[in-house]
Write a protein that binds this ligand. Structure first.
Ligand code: PMP
Length: 419
């Protein structure tokens, strides 16, 4: 079995971006004969060797189904998978590993929560659910479905022209009909970092639980669920240098015990007869069927990898990238940044006069540069800022200032070509 400790890294590594780049094999890939410049980290991050190897190790040395077998392989696989759950618990400082539910990703986490909330009878006709204008579709559509099913109402916290929440409008929206606030920690299309602790405090003052979408926060900042005092939190493994197809729903025990299961099947039951089924304890109650075992193991290794750095060093590096890229990009005539919040993560959405974002994406791809173009699954944001789409550059731990120079030169080339 892999030598995986239940605990995360406590001895921290020096933050050296050139050394970090060596951990990511894909960064030596050439695209169109040029070195890859990967700046689409808000969509997904690249994977370090240790994550890739851990999944290969599982398939070559431990592959078996978990929780069921009494034989060596099954016990080894179970131990590796459950060790990962412990790592997640430690990473976000949950009270207990049973509060960590493995899911496919943030989308499934929010669907699980909204669906169980809906079935629980906690949301009745006329009740209200509060989200914000800057939500990803994953934190809009599931709640909208709940509202349609239960005849409840979706209420939306507005934002300013800078892309900041109008917090003063939030508290007056809460009333005795408000059943949950589900809100993004950090916006994937604007980069805005929301004052999440304050939002939770306000909601709790009125006895309303809060779900935090941490898909764009978990890789950039230290998340401590007990310190935040959030009731639920979701994130995806693939955005924190881990595998796709695995993510986490954290939920306080008191709520998760109250909520009914999301899906039924094997591994989530205690007893089954044709008359009645009784359910297992947390977290099994919410994990029906064979899970993504390799993904779970890979996620644990990714969290251990990121824990080998000081979060302050990660933040300083990404702040430097954000500031430099913002300054260089604003030197370009006709380039406008959408999302100029004071507190921002290393995400830059932009438009350029006379160029369609898709043309920008295609031209920079010729130079080996990967950026995102489109609505970024935030169509209401596009409507709010009166654009159909934006181009978006988003940075991670392995990006460099030199890559930003290459990107800016490529943007200038695109402008020359299209204007
Ligand atoms: N919320 C936010 C803020 C996101 O950025 C994303 C991914 N772009 C999601 C939710 C959905 O994550 P996933 O597709 O991994 O389920």
């Amino acid at each position: 079995m892999l030598n995986q400790k239940a605990t995360l890294e406590s001895i921290k590594r020096k933050f050296d971006v050139q050394e970090i780049r060596k951990d990511f094999p894909i960064l030596s890939v050439k695209v169109n004969g040029k070195p890859l410049v990967y700046i689409d980290n808000a969509a997904t991050t690249q994977k370090p060797d240790v994550v890739i190897e851990s999944m290969k190790y599982y398939y070559t040395h431990e592959n078996a189904n978990i929780h069921r077998g009494l034989y060596f392989l099954s016990e080894a696989a179970t131990q590796s998978y459950e060790t990962s759950r412990m790592k997640v618990k430690e990473f976000i400082n949950a009270m207990s590993a049973s509060e960590i539910i493995f899911v496919r990703g943030t989308t499934e986490a929010i669907n699980l929560l909204s669906s169980s909330f809906c079935k629980s009878g906690m949301i009745k006709e006329g009740d209200e659910i509060i989200i914000s204008y800057m939500e990803h579709h994953a934190n809009i559509v599931p709640w909208q479905l709940v509202c349609e099913r239960n005849k409840a109402k979706l209420r939306v916290i507005p934002i300013s022209d800078e892309g900041e929440l109008l917090l003063e409008e939030f508290e007056p929206m809460i009333n005795e009909k408000t059943k949950i606030v589900s809100i993004v920690h950090t916006s994937n299309s604007l980069g805005t970092i929301n004052p999440i602790k304050e939002i939770i405090k306000i909601a709790h003052r009125h006895g309303v639980p809060v779900m935090v979408d941490a898909a764009q926060a978990i890789q950039h900042t230290k998340i401590d669920v007990q310190e935040l005092d959030c009731d639920f939190l979701a994130f995806s493994g693939h955005k924190i240098y881990g595998p796709t197809g695995i993510g986490v729903l954290y939920g306080k025990t008191e709520y998760m015990n109250m909520l009914p299961p999301y899906q039924g099947g094997g591994d989530m039951i205690r007893t089954v007869t044709f008359e009645k089924t009784t359910f297992d304890d947390l977290p099994n109650k919410f994990e029906a069927g064979t899970p993504n075992i390799a993904g779970g193991i890979g996620l644990g290794v990714a969290l251990k990898y990121i824990s080998s750095f000081n979060f302050d060093d990660i933040q300083n590096h990404e702040k430097k990238l954000l500031e430099y890229a913002t300054q260089r990009m604003l030197e370009i005539d006709g380039l406008k940044i959408i999302g100029t919040a004071k507190n921002k993560t290393a995400v830059i959405s932009f438009v350029i006069d006379g160029l369609h974002p898709y043309d920008i994406g295609t031209i920079v791809d010729n130079d080996g540069i990967a950026i995102r173009t489109g609505h970024h699954c935030t169509q209401p944001i596009m409507q709010r800022f009166n654009v159909s789409a934006t181009a978006r550059a988003s940075f991670g731990i392995y990006n460099t200032l030199e890559e930003i120079d290459i990107f800016v030169e490529s943007l200038r080339k695109a402008i020359k070509l299209f204007r």
